[in-house]
Design a protein around this ligand. Structure first.
Ligand code: GLA
Length: 731
């Protein structure tokens, strides 16, 4: 039993294989958080006595004793002056709620979320706890689903208006956890376009600290994720408490340290500029947050998230399947292509072992640059006389699958769609419609707009043999307003947009189950678990430089698996950084993702094409391992000059280890790379990957324990930006 309610202690105990989460009912009324951490049999501490029994209490004049209580889901205005998890505005202007316990249910399985992406499993158990406020008639149901084998708990909250008057939700967290200490570090993932998701770790201080988004997307700038770490936490040791949101829109993830040295960690919808009108009888469900506790450092937390997303979040049939090696024409041609050019790239790539050709932006309307045609999903026959169907057929004849780029959520002011429906974009009447990349965002809070997108994209997908779709989204929201929403609902638009988007993505991905979908948002501007529920991979960043990518991808793996990271080998000098890196390093880095190419294969030398063939042959061999193996981060590029990781098969029989070096340090000898995750009692045959400069080195045997304790001997670095990649096989 993963969940039990103990009558004697009035405790709800949620157990995973390695963690426990305990909630306590006080006086039959108040729901208090008792514990989250390493698995315990029971929890005997009387939380009320611990938190409210301080000897000087009689002398404090300002605080209410309830101000110290570790709440499970704090409401605003009745005895807790910390940041609430839920804030309700009532018809008389009052914002006070007093949510007390009413009932609970423990069931097998997990109900889906209403209109939102979420984890799923028939195996897990779900606890629902009803709280209610008598005065307003508001009811809040807290949902907890326990994934025992993943050390994960999925949470969300449902607000129901059981009263007689309208109420407005002004804030609603997905999860909130009151820790009885504050000696933590906080870890977030932050960045910018082409520099997404760098890890930031710092000590908690009194007050609020955290991240959020107001971009109308989870964003390049901050990820919908936060972790609290014990001070001693490393990759392999210490406590890591992860909270990740299954959501792609405006969010907030914060930790608040109180005057008493407690920490309230919460994650959910961004409360700024949000409100939701709830009429009597209506319900509103928060997005889902997934909590993972690891007592074995960050590495274990990441691996639990990786397995959970792959097995219990991604609905795609590709979730656990190796993906085709692709070539994308974006950096090869940008908008300047015709059918012959595309076919010549496809032919050269096919010879070098590529399996899928992807046609990126520029195939529709009159799109010779980024200043027009978004919304007009009709093939430009000037460039492709046989249409998409004709091109797909020719690509298929060359022996490759065919894939296509869309940016379905957008409209160019210079487009047939905009001329026909100027009201379909997000805008505020009588205000300038600010363009970004010459485009506006379609108002996906509207049913008719969503239906248009579904039919326009479906028509193209039905018209040709399309095996893959890249679903892009290249600007953030501004001038937020919707023509169809009444004034009192305007602040609902960003969330209604996400609900519309999820309906569109669900409908299209279910309608075309054999198509592999890749999410994208100007690179990694919407790299989150919400998108992964529909699309099992996401373009990680518009920065394709191998050294930058070794950082971006390394940090992305804190929460997401390698199989979710779109990663390509591109040309040098790199288009974003001007840096020239060896082709083998570009490949070694891209192989820690979905692996593909984004270059003009017709411009490669014979040597490079031969190397490319060796790379694709090798990747085909290690694909299943990279898809389903466990990732161990070995050296952080944020802490030193190099990055290293290894991926180990579930049975520990095979592993691939990669080391990426940056600037060469002169007159240094070779080094040792200590591996992780291997079978200590086994011996492994070690060989260098066949496409690397060390491939002639004879293979050798080392013990798993030796490889982890002493380390793999690595030849000395000769040039800047070299890499080493080895395969290990149990003998
Ligand atoms: C975005 C994507 C790129 C490419 C361009 C096309 O920037 O991230 O990969 O598809 O759009 O316009």
């Amino acid at each position: 039993m993963a969940i039990l309610f103990d009558e004697a202690t009035r405790q709800f105990r949620l157990h995973t294989d390695a963690s426990s989460y305990i909630i306590r009912l006080l006086d039959g009324k108040y729901l208090l958080h008792a514990y989250w951490g390493a698995r315990v049999r029971a929890y005997k501490t009387d939380v009320y006595a611990r938190f409210c029994g301080a000897p000087e209490e009689a002398f404090t004049l300002q605080e209410m004793p309830t101000d110290r209580l570790p709440q499970e889901f704090p409401a605003f205005g009745h005895g807790d002056s910390r940041m609430p998890a839920v804030h309700i505005l009532q018809v008389n202007g009052s914002r006070v709620s007093d949510l007390t316990y009413r009932a609970h249910r423990i069931t097998k399985g997990k109900p889906p979320l209403e209109g939102l992406p979420a984890t799923f499993s028939d195996e897990c158990e779900t606890l629902e706890i009803d709280l209610a406020d008598d005065v307003s008639g508001v009811r809040v149901t807290l949902m907890y689903s326990v994934f025992e084998a993943y050390n994960a708990i999925a949470r969300s909250a449902v607000v129901t208006n059981a009263g007689a008057a309208d109420v407005r939700i002004e804030k609603l967290d997905s999860a909130c956890v009151d820790f009885d200490r504050s000696d933590f570090d906080i870890l977030t993932l932050s960045g910018a376009w082409a520099r997404e998701r760098a890890p930031y770790r710092r000590a908690l201080v009194p007050g609020a600290q955290g991240v959020g988004s107001l971009h109308g997307a989870s964003g390049h700038q901050q990820s919908p994720f936060v972790a609290l770490l014990s001070k001693d936490a490393t990759e392999t040791n210490g406590d890591a408490y992860g909270m990740a949101l299954v959501y792609s829109g405006n969010f907030e993830a914060c930790a608040d340290v109180s005057q008493f040295g407690q920490t309230r960690a919460h994650i959910g919808l961004q409360p700024f500029d949000f409100s939701w009108l709830l009429a009597p009888g209506e319900r509103f469900q928060s997005p889902e947050a997934v909590l993972v506790y690891s007592g074995e450092g960050l590495g274990r937390m990441s691996r639990d998230y990786h397995r959970l997303w792959q097995n219990c979040l991604m609905r795609s049939s590709f979730a656990n399947k190796p993906r085709p090696i692709l070539i994308n024409n974006w950096e090869a041609t940008y908008f300047g292509f015709d059918e012959e050019k595309l076919l010549s790239i496809a032919r050269a790539a096919k010879k070098a072992g590529v399996e899928l050709f992807v046609l990126d932006d520029g195939w529709f309307g009159k799109r010779d640059s980024d200043n027009c045609s978004l919304g007009d999903w009709v093939c430009d026959t000037r460039k492709l006389p046989g249409g998409i169907g004709g091109l797909a057929e020719k690509i298929n004849k060359e022996g490759l699958l065919f894939g296509l780029w869309f940016e379905p959520e957008m409209v160019s002011p210079d487009s047939e769609l905009y001329r026909a429906h100027p009201d379909w974009c997000i805008h505020v009447k009588n205000r300038e419609r600010l363009e970004a990349r010459h485009q506006l965002i379609l108002d996906l809070s509207r049913e008719d707009v969503c239906d248009y997108i579904i039919s326009a994209v479906s028509a193209v997908l039905q018209s040709a043999n399309i095996a893959y779709v890249k679903w892009d989204m290249n600007r953030n929201m501004s001038d937020i307003g919707g023509a169809q929403l009444p004034p009192e609902r305007q602040r609902e638009l960003p969330h209604r947009y996400m609900l519309g988007l999820y309906r569109v993505m669900k409908t299209i991905t279910e309608r075309f189950p054999s198509v592999l979908f890749e999410g994208c948002a100007g690179g990694g501007g919407r790299f989150d678990a919400g998108i992964l529920a529909y699309m099992p991979q996401i373009w990680c960043s518009d920065n394709t430089d191998a050294i930058c990518r070794s950082q971006i991808q390394y940090a992305t793996t804190l929460v997401f698996p390698p199989s979710a990271m779109g990663a390509h080998v591109s040309a040098v000098p790199n288009h974003q950084t001007g840096r020239t890196t060896p082709m083998e390093t570009r490949a070694a880095v891209a192989m820690c993702g979905t692996f593909g190419y984004e270059l003009d294969a017709t411009k490669l030398s014979d040597d490079e094409l031969a190397q490319m063939k060796k790379q694709t042959d090798f990747f085909k061999e290690i694909k299943p391992l990279m898809q389903n193996g466990a990732l161990y981060r070995l050296r952080s590029p944020f802490e030193g000059d190099d990055a290293a990781w290894c991926v180990v098969s579930p049975d520990k029989a095979r592993a691939v280890a990669t080391l990426v070096k940056t600037l060469k340090r002169v007159h240094m000898q070779g080094e040792r790379l200590r591996l992780d995750g291997l079978d200590k009692s086994a011996d492994y045959a070690v060989r260098f990957a066949p496409f690397t400069a060390q491939s002639d080195t004879p293979s050798f045997v080392m013990g798993g324990d030796e490889l982890m304790a002493s380390g793999l001997p690595v030849p000395a670095q000769r040039f800047d930006f070299e890499s080493r990649m080895v395969v290990l096989e149990r003998v």
